[in-house]
Design a protein around this ligand. Structure first.
Ligand SMILES: [Zn+2]
Length: 462
């Protein structure tokens, strides 16, 4: 198995001592529903953990939840509420959304506020070793001049540290521009914890390393997150943990997921409302959303368009129809031995072994679907073949979570008309195809043609 390591900027063979893999992914800051971009990251790493387990690794997957932070405090002030109440509400919403998205691989969610002791302990170590200093009335800062390797993950230097886009701590009295807060002394109305560091709360970066040191020790195997976290967040994590322990590397493999973009710039009205995963989940089944989120390679941007969502719906619809057809064949009596799915299994795993190339794994799945339909059309698919296919689909689903339990119910006569229309289109008889489309439309169904074939949807009666 190979994966692309952000730290070395190349694909590397994945190895871990024993079969244990300690894996950590940065979780959400719970001040709102999670953005669809976060959902992409979390669904992707759900697949990573599930695939590692499929390959025989014992993946221990921890994700933190940032439930104390400037953004939460800001939102609480705006809404005149208690910050921890806001955090509690959106933590609950986040966990529900993860469940709805089929994200089930996380072994443990670790909330920052439940690890304050570990945070304080790590900051004290950094102070003892001369890596942290106090700015009176403000907080404890990490002194970047004591960690010359800062920037090795993002290939930036400390001088560039002030051009980061997110959450840089400002104070005139910092020793170096990029120095970041480890512990923020409390201000009126903010949640705070009593400690030897003074009454205060954690800075943004420290919870991750405090949590992972507590559960994994000072070094572990795999750290993931969105690309936007490489700098400064993950640089800060490296500085904190390597400075605290003196051990390198803090993390062996770093994986980062690219953004969700909208290339057409103008987002359609319908999508405009859909920037949270929570909203999307109200309109699409989890299989469709997972297919969409996994449809581009994780290191390339994913285009968030109506068309891409329609494609995903059509793909899931094809898979659902396939599942139904295979179920019927699998239940027939005759039986011969078969290795119908061998090639598929090989293609599927070698795609995932190649830096989690999920688009290629999906292409292998659709090859299997095409070949199976052809074999079934020719009466060459035995019930044993069909049972093997069912087993293979079970494995695919355990990893990707994109196999619907059943096809959407469409009346037989409509299905027949759609098939006839496909045949007309293949014979380039477009006027008949259009006439039939109109007829289908009059019967209450709408057709969208996609690369995965026609998507049939019941028209909304309004
Ligand atoms: Zn983090």
């Amino acid at each position: 198995m190979e994966l692309y390591n952000t730290l070395t900027r190349k694909k590397e063979v994945f190895e871990s001592a024993g079969q244990r893999v300690r894996m950590f992914v940065c979780g959400p800051t719970v001040y709102d529903y999670i953005h669809i971009g976060n959902a992409r990251t979390f669904v992707f790493f759900d697949v990573v953990a599930k695939y590692l387990r499929f390959r025989g690794f014992d993946a221990q997957y921890i994700q933190n939840i940032t439930d104390i932070d400037d953004k939460i405090i800001l939102r609480a002030q705006k809404e005149n509420q208690d910050p921890l109440t806001i955090a509690g509400k959106f933590t609950e919403a986040f966990l529900k959304d993860m469940e709805s998205l089929g994200v089930t691989a996380v072994s443990q969610y670790a909330a920052a506020t439940e690890h304050i002791d570990q945070v304080i302990k790590q900051i004290k170590t950094l102070i003892d070793k001369g890596h942290a200093y106090l700015i009176e009335g403000d907080g404890w800062y990490f002194d970047l001049s004591t960690f010359p390797e800062y920037g090795k993950l993002s290939k930036r230097t400390t001088e560039m540290a002030d051009d980061a886009v997110s959450r840089i701590d400002e104070n005139q009295n910092k020793r170096n521009r990029g120095d970041f807060a480890l512990w923020k002394l409390s201000k009126p109305g903010e949640p705070s914890w009593d400690s030897e560091l003074g009454k205060g709360r954690p800075g943004w970066h420290i919870e991750d390393t405090a949590i992972t040191e507590h559960y994994f020790g000072p070094q572990y195997d795999l750290h993931g997150g969105g690309q936007d976290l490489i700098f400064p967040h993950h640089e800060a994590e490296i500085a904190q943990q390597e400075a605290a322990s003196g051990l390198k590397p803090f993390v062996r493999y770093w994986m980062h997921v690219a953004f969700i973009v909208n290339k057409q710039a103008k987002m359609s009205k319908s999508l405009g409302n859909f920037t949270s995963a929570h909203d999307l989940l109200e309109s699409y089944p989890k299989e469709v959303l997972r297919f969409f989120l996994l449809s581009a390679h994780y290191r390339t941007p994913l285009d968030f368009t109506d068309q891409n969502l329609i494609q995903s719906e059509a793909a899931i619809s094809r898979i659902g129809e396939f599942v139904e057809r295979i179920k019927i064949i699998a239940n027939q009596e005759e039986s011969t031995s078969s290795d119908f799915t061998e090639a598929f299994k090989k293609d599927f795993t070698s795609a995932l072994d190649d830096d989690f190339n999920i688009p290629n794994a999906l292409a292998a799945l659709f090859d299997l679907i095409r070949q199976s339909h052809t074999a079934a059309d020719e009466q060459k698919l035995s019930s044993t073949d069909a049972q093997e296919i069912q087993n293979a689909l079970g494995e695919v689903n355990a990893i990707l979570g994109i196999i619907p339990a059943q096809a959407t119910a469409i009346p037989e006569e409509i299905k027949k008309s759609v098939q006839e229309r496909e045949a007309m289109r293949q014979n380039k008889d477009f006027s008949s195809a259009d006439a039939l489309r109109q007829k289908i439309s009059d019967q209450g169904y709408q057709i969208e043609d996609t690369t995965y074939g026609p998507l049939l949807k019941k028209k909304k009666t309004s």
